[in-house]
Design a protein around this ligand. Sequence first.
Ligand SMILES: [Fe+2]
Length: 180
Amino acid sequence: MKSSKKILSLLQELKKKDKDKSFFQQSMKNLQLDEGDLKDLTYFKKSNYTRNLLEKNSEFELIVLCWEKGHKTPVHDHNGSLCWTKVIEGEVLESVYKRNLVENWRFCSPVASTTNLKKGAVSFISDKVGFHSFECRSLKAVSLHLYCYPIEYCHTYDLSFQTKKKRELSYDSVQGMIVS
Ligand SMILES: [Fe+2]
């Protein structure tokens, strides 16, 4: 693995025993990381943002997303996992949607809040908080995402048609090796 010292020490910390939600939150907040620390682990594509796996074990998953301007995710849930996002470079707009209680929690309401996440910002979401989507607002952006527990699949939501789809999650690179 081509990880920097900072990534290795983050992974060491995240593997400590007796962790709780605030431990993960604090670890992400304390983390001082630049794009250079992720050299050899970032991978950009013109067509879409990329998902790049750094670590996956029974407790958590750590991935890096690499964005170009205009790249966006669909509105999605996190299949019961807790999710922290830290922007390492650039700006990413996060839109949060509340779950709709009426339709058996299947669908979500129009956007409840939007936040322009700049370098160093940390955001948290879980299915209890709601669903979200991201859009890259700068020429390029890099963000770090911590999932507890790992996510094999999520659901995406089309707000116009109020439909929900299961989406298997894949990677564009794994520990610096391009796989797609
Ligand atoms: Fe997400």
